[in-house]
Write a protein that binds this ligand. Structure first.
Ligand SMILES: O=P(O)(O)OC[C@H]1O[C@H](O[C@H]2O[C@H](CO)[C@@H](O)[C@H](O)[C@H]2O)[C@H](O)[C@@H](O)[C@@H]1O
Length: 276
């Protein structure tokens, strides 16, 4: 059974869930990684999917049209930290990395990606100077992401103050080299423009020919995916929006269903799989 506390609080969300239950074979289940499938931890290298996540996804996958993980991480990192490769039941899993610009298919085990944006290398070279000018060189952690570079302030003495101080200079640095800043939970990522989780989700839903969609996320980078589901709903496709945390109110306020982090999301997905 899907427990009562996992009942959507909106009519649109209830309609979305009802459609998923009625025609699961035409439903896409799309889920963010950090904060949604993997608990937030101070060191991004140490983030791992909650132990209940892979069993829940593996139970659900054979019953729905498709499951996709849509993440700001490089696709290969999400696959590794998620433990998604070679799992019985997840033979058709898709991971859309770098906000949808990369794609890993479990079927082939390979990642497809466009050529790297030349601005990333220049930004990387200038970043230490910008951080030093803000007196935050020692207070930040730089995550090398290949096609992007992320500046984390979670380990700073005052994480929110460091985030606020860096937002403008990093936006200027990004803009000088044709990049944008993607803000997240105590992270400012400098990345190429032109792609977001909303576009990635819409394209994937069309590719699969889905009739309903569920999207779960926790952070600002998930807002375009929420907007995409809202647009699909206005075009007649039922959908369910799940927030895995209330720490980003802009997202949580728009959710049909709130769950309490990755373990609770896994419980919801597992109960859904049983019901289907
Ligand atoms: O799209 P996502 O899968 O949610 O990825 C967004 C960013 O997540 C990661 O940072 C967040 O998780 C870290 C590990 O728990 C945490 O330390 C950090 O404060 C969070 O912002 C990741 O490191 C970034 O590269 C992603 O862009």
């Amino acid at each position: 059974m899907v427990r009562n506390e996992h009942a959507p609080r909106t009519t649109a969300g209830r309609d979305g869930l009802a459609k998923i239950i009625a025609r699961p074979e035409r439903s896409v289940i799309a889920i963010d990684f950090d904060g949604t499938l993997a608990p937030i931890v101070p060191d991004p290298e140490q983030a791992r999917a909650h132990p209940d996540v892979v069993p829940a996804l593996a139970a659900l996958a054979p019953k729905v049209a498709a499951i996709a993980v849509i993440t700001g991480r490089p696709a290969s990192v999400a696959v590794r930290h998620g433990g998604f490769a070679g799992v019985p039941g997840l033979e058709h899993l898709v991971v859309l990395g770098h906000y949808g610009s990369e794609r890993w298919d479990a079927v082939t085990g390979t990642v497809s990606a466009p050529a790297p944006h030349p601005g990333v290398a220049t930004v990387r070279a200038e970043l230490p100077g910008v951080l030093a000018e803000s007196n935050l060189w020692h207070d930040t952690y730089i995550e090398e992401k290949g096609r992007a570079v992320a500046v984390h302030t979670r380990r700073a003495h005052d994480p929110q103050a460091a985030f606020d101080t860096l937002r403008e200079p990093l936006s200027e640095l990004a803009a000088r080299h044709g990049l944008i800043v993607e803000p997240g939970r105590l992270v400012l990522e400098l990345r190429p423009p032109g792609v977001d989780k909303g576009a990635a989700l819409t394209e994937y839903v069309r590719e699969v020919g889905a009739e309903s969609v569920l999207y779960a996320g926790d952070d600002l980078g998930d807002l375009p995916a929420f907007a995409a589901v809202e647009k699909l709903r206005s075009d007649g496709m039922p959908g369910l929006l799940v927030a895995a945390d209330t720490v980003v109110p802009e997202l949580a306020d728009r959710a049909d269903l709130l769950v309490e982090g990755p373990a609770d999301l896994a419980a919801f997905l597992s109960a859904l799989a049983q019901r289907l």
